[in-house]
Design a protein around this ligand. Sequence first.
Ligand code: RB5
Length: 147
Amino acid sequence: MIAIGSDHAGFKIKESIKDFFQREGIDYKDFGTNSTESVDYPEFARKVSESVVEFESEKGILVCGTGIGVCIAANKIKGIRAALCHNVNYARMARKHNDANVLCLGGRENTEEESIEIVKAFLATDFEGGRHSNRLSQITKLEEKLV
Ligand code: RB5
């Protein structure tokens, strides 16, 4: 299952991604927001991120105006590797090299079509492992304050 959430500025793109998931038969859970009324993005970043680290969802998708706020907030949750991706190559690299488990999108930065292509690339690309695994272990140590 994919966890998805946004603030008001990402609402429209979130709904487009949900339409795509429905067309493709991809299982998802929507953590809100549910309209374009102004809300604060950290709450939605937390809900999506918790769903991922608690293994309810395989991956998460978050959308705010730029994607920056939700990305900063999501990365505060232990176990989250959230990546702000403005294009398909970023999404591929975030998976291949960083094993990103949350994709962050800028609802005011990309079109609906571009956003869906970014989502497709993110979901279709596997982590390469190898030398990148060691680097991720070092990030985990930073989280654990072991270095
Ligand atoms: C909301 O206006 C905007 O600040 C928010 O969606 C996001 O872009 C923050 O990083």
